[in-house]
Design a protein around this ligand. Structure first.
Ligand SMILES: [Fe+2]
Length: 390
């Protein structure tokens, strides 16, 4: 019996469908599958992912050749589905390779494969509670932990509840996802009242909705708040899905939307010991025009230096964004209970705080940052482990 070939990665690719036929036309190859789906490949893509030790490093499983080592006119001399169900190709440059059917199916182009998973947009008037999971169970059960992470990816906010009170637990949970990202506020910061605050976060006052660290070239992607104690009145967290705000502006106020994706604002932190500055439009879009990030903070904006008509346009648009960011229709109110770990996407979910009365109560919330990359990598790895187990 013929074995299945390896893959150019460390992932696990279940064989969900059988490859039935293969056809080539010039440098294009099409595989038809048992469910009627057809997947298409260019010769360059298949050739440079050939799982042979000359092309893919056998230990690192990274590409070991330059694209220029593949001839311009690389061609398929023969292609067939072999007895193991793998695609076997004989190439015009002399190589013969086989491709794992699970890997092949996952990497072929189909119209359905084009759209990436879309975020679930919300207004506080529709989402009255953040997606919430039992913390103790999530720490025991990788499937539940994964559900928490996927909710965080999709909604931009997700909470673990009922965690024990333990020093170091926040760090343990965050590093279970990936490396912590340290900031000028330290590896871990504590939201409590300071005599000489270097941020309004360290007061009991109201905080307008914002992202943290818009002063960085790439603002931090994830924020985690672990409530250790909270017996004060008020001080609810206020969360707004800024992707929802942005899409509503795109549809209802297109002129302002255009300014918000093109006019550049600068943000600077006002500390004695650091001088960070970050620049960018309020709404970041990717090459396909999809919203990919938000850089919005009403209290860390540097003075706008631009032609006065540009200032006029940029301020009108900023105020339009602000009007929605502070509109109660968009606000999700969150009460921080001891044992809650509230996680959010700092480049999507704006956060703020109602003011609170610090007299006669204690409030102690630990915070930590990480990045979206860590979240997405951990989701993929957990899914890989679950696939391997199955
Ligand atoms: Fe903040």
């Amino acid at each position: 019996m013929l074995d299945l070939p390896g893959t150019p990665d460390f992932d696990v690719w279940p064989i969900t469908h059988q490859a039935t036929t293969v056809q080539t036309a010039g440098q294009e190859l099409t595989v038809a599958w048992s469910d009627g789906v057809e997947t298409r490949f260019h010769a360059f893509m298949l050739r440079e992912n050939s799982p042979d030790p000359e092309t893919i490093h056998p230990k690192a499983r990274e590409m070991a050749i330059s694209p220029l080592e593949i001839p311009d006119d690389i061609a398929f001399l023969a292609a067939e589905i072999d007895a193991a169900g793998a695609l076997a190709v004989t190439w015009s440059d002399g190589l013969a390779t086989r491709y794992h059917p699970g890997w092949l199916r996952a990497h072929g182009w189909t119209p359905a494969a084009e759209a990436p998973p879309a975020p679930v947009l919300w207004r506080g008037s529709e989402l009255t509670e953040p997606p919430s999971f039992d913390g103790r169970s999530a720490l025991e059960d990788p499937t539940l932990f994964l559900q928490w992470l996927e909710a965080l990816r999709d909604f931009g906010v997700a909470r673990l509840r009922g965690l024990p009170q333990e020093d170091g637990l926040l760090e343990e949970i965050v590093t279970r996802i990936g490396p912590i990202r340290e900031s000028n506020f330290g590896r871990q910061y504590v939201l409590e009242i300071k005599d000489d605050p270097d941020s309004q976060a360290y007061t009991s006052g109201k905080l307008l909705q914002h992202i943290d660290l818009p002063t960085r070239e790439t603002p931090f992607g994830l924020q985690f708040l672990y409530t250790r104690a909270n017996t004060t009145t008020g001080g609810e967290g206020v969360y707004v899905d800024a992707y929802r705000v942005a899409e509503d502006l795109r549809r209802e106020e297109p002129e302002h939307f255009h300014s918000l994706i093109t006019d550049v604002w600068e943000y600077n932190n006002r500390a004695r010991g650091s001088d960070y500055r970050g620049r960018g439009p309020v709404i970041e879009t990717d090459a396909d025009g999809r919203i990919s990030g938000i850089r919005y903070n009403t209290f860390l904006r540097a003075p706008l230096k631009a032609q006065v008509d540009v200032q006029a346009r940029a301020y009108r648009a900023y105020r339009a964004f602000c009007a929605r960011a502070q509109d109660p229709r968009y606000e999700l109110l969150v009460h921080y209970e001891p044992g809650d770990l509230f996680a959010f996407d700092n480049r999507r979910a704006l956060h703020g705080r109602r003011g609170y009365d610090a007299r006669g109560g204690a409030r102690f919330i630990e915070g930590m940052y990480s990045d979206r990359d860590e979240l997405l990598s951990r989701i993929r790895l957990l899914k890989r482990q679950l696939r391997a187990g199955a």
